[in-house]
Design a protein around this ligand. Sequence first.
Ligand code: SF4
Ligand code: SF4
Length: 410
Amino acid sequence: MNTLVNKSCLENLKKSGDPIIIAAALKESEAIVNACREHGIVAKAFCDSEKRKNGSIFHGLEVIHTPSLSKKFPKARILIATQQVQDVVDQLSELGYHEFYSALDLTQNYNVNNYNHKISNSFMEKRLSIYNKSHEAYFDINKTYMRSVDVMITTKCSLKCESCSNLMQYYTDAKNTDSIPTLEALEILNKNVDHISEFRVIGGEPLMNKDWHKIVHGIVEKNPGRQVFIYTNGTIAPKEEILEKFKNTKSVNFVITEYGELSKNLKKLHILLDKYNISYSSTPAGHWVDCSSIKHHKRSVSQLKEVFKQCCVKYLYTLLNGKLYRCPFIANAANLNAIPDNPADYVNLFSKINIKKDIKRLVKGAKFFPGCDFCVGRPYDPSSRVGYDGKGMIKAGIQTKTPLEYKTFK
Ligand code: SF4
Ligand code: SF4
């Protein structure tokens, strides 16, 4: 599949030819549009799987919902702005597009300080650095590469969103994970893969684990030069003496999801992060794709392959209690015993045998996982019924008073 994507884009995209479409309208895409203009490359539009962006203007270009792209542009040269190269190729080649380009030529020499971006220049620099590593790794087929690993450090959350895609709404005995085994598991993972670009420290609400900062420090110490993103919901402002330890640390970033009045410490958190010069982004929760029901669908193999093919989080590697999974749904469904235990769903990093081979199987070999049969799917295009049994777009952050019930397998 790698041969479908051109590593260099400058020469070909400067020439006249089919219209140039940028996939997708993301934070990094702003830099890619700037770089295109610098080099005289004329992009016509963005395509994006999120339907709500359809018809909007992003950085001067129209955003077209990907499934309807072919109505306006039956032929196109696709410039890949997302870090998930294979996802774009899978989705757009199905729609009949065959000419794909990495934007590495544009991003590797981009000077963030020549522009003002919607996100801070330091945040943009980090996003582009991860983009570059992801794309370089994509072209090195011998290596086992993970763009990002979600390190789940707690199943406790200060909110209880009834449609949490990480399944927090089902936990009745939520727990923190211990810092030492978490860091040991990461060490084993590091030794057995060629490259991980970023770590996302998540929960539940990761700041509910009082050792969150020890885990973050541990990751930073063992992974110099890699970025760590702490995903939080704005309900907790950490103590100043803890945040002070991260002052000016270039590799630590907060990603804040805002839940209106529920994010009761949002302002305080912003003030503290500004005070200690810690990089962050903060955005409203908006709308979600319904993907949190747990049900045994009993799909055929070809249906399971379709669900997996359409899934937009199948590269969201998740580490939970020493096991590595391909997505947060399977990680938490397994942890809740809401799906039958099946070693095909994960790699036990403490198993001491065949770790490298098992990780390769998880990363490169899978066409679907047994756990996918319990998931409604999480498609690129939630308005489509292909490979998806959920409700589509739903309001984010609706709270449940009590944990939701589910069937257990023991
Ligand atoms: S804030 Fe809501 S969506 Fe986020 S982890 Fe907690 S329950 Fe899940
Ligand atoms: S269970 Fe399968 S389909 Fe569902 S989110 Fe995970 S990888 Fe995607």
